[in-house]
Design a protein. Structure first.
Length: 263
């Protein structure tokens, strides 16, 4: 089986980060190997939270993986709490010959998430520049480039070495979707706009794209599938608080069936 390393936090409430990525990768028939950057009672969008930071353990966990001769087919990264964690992830990535998917988690709706200083944001940019695929939302695209024009921002990242930039959460004519940029191709994929922004959708998105590409889909088809999946879930979710996330569990089987059919 293919192996995917998942470097992200584990939040007990919010249906995001590893809580979203592990089931998605697993249901696609890919081994999920998580390395939690932190364990949180709940994601940071709620009024309060408690967190245990795992920074000091990360290098030794990577070293143990090396002792197991673990070769990964893909590495998917998400939420980091400081730049030392990103340095550890960069060293690990350099030791692998893997598809690298970076969700440059920093903020949303024009605002940085709690704790995202200039220092960590510039380290996240360093990590993003090593990626085959990145999945920023528009806030993160701006934080990565300082450029307000979406196309100019995406193309400047490609110039700097990123393979593919998939910009999530773009809104146009009552629809929401993703604009995908590669050096010689670009395309947009839309779904009806459910309005608002919901915890974990970015994490579901990056995991679906990573899993689909690892299963042999091209990145444009992978993004289309991710947009369709999240739209289907959103239309069938009972949402009281955007922080609680969306009801993806009921539809995971579809991702599994899709992957098996297309293999
Ligand atoms: O989904 C992004 C995310 C991941 N992890 C934690 C978060 C957030 C967004 O708020 O707080 C802990």
């Amino acid at each position: 089986m293919k192996k995917c390393a998942l470097i992200n936090d584990l939040s007990s409430f919010g249906k995001c980060s590893l809580g979203a990525a592990i089931p998605v990768i697993s249901v696609m028939g890919i081994e999920a190997h998580p390395l939690p950057t932190a364990v949180l009672s709940n994601q940071t969008g709620y009024e309060s939270y408690k967190a245990v930071d795992l920074s000091e353990y990360m290098p030794s966990f990577f070293a143990e993986w090396q002792k197991l001769n673990a070769d990964f087919d893909a590495v998917l990264t998400g939420y980091f709490t400081n730049s030392a964690q990103i340095d550890a992830a960069l060293d690990f990535i350099k030791s692998q010959n893997a598809l690298v998917v970076v969700d440059p988690v920093m903020g949303d709706d024009g605002k940085r998430y709690k704790g995202f200083t200039d220092e960590i944001c510039s380290k996240i940019k360093e990590l993003a520049l090593c990626a085959d695929i990145i999945t920023p939302n528009e806030t993160e695209l701006f934080l990565l480039t300082g450029e307000k024009d979406r196309e100019k921002a995406a193309l400047s990242l490609i110039e700097q070495g990123v393979g593919c930039v998939a910009v999530t959460g773009i809104r146009e004519n009552g629809r929401i979707g993703c604009a995908v940029y590669e050096k010689s191709r670009r395309d947009c994929f839309f779904a009806p706009d459910a309005h608002g922004s919901y915890s974990g959708t970015g994490d579901l998105f990056s995991a679906i794209v990573a899993g689909k590409v690892l299963s042999g889909r091209n990145v444009f088809d992978a993004v289309k599938d991710a947009v369709d999946f999240i739209s289907l879930v959103l239309q069938n979710s009972e949402i009281n608080d955007r922080n609680d996330g969306i009801d993806f569990e009921k539809y995971l089987y579809r991702l599994g069936a899709d992957t098996l059919e297309k293999q």
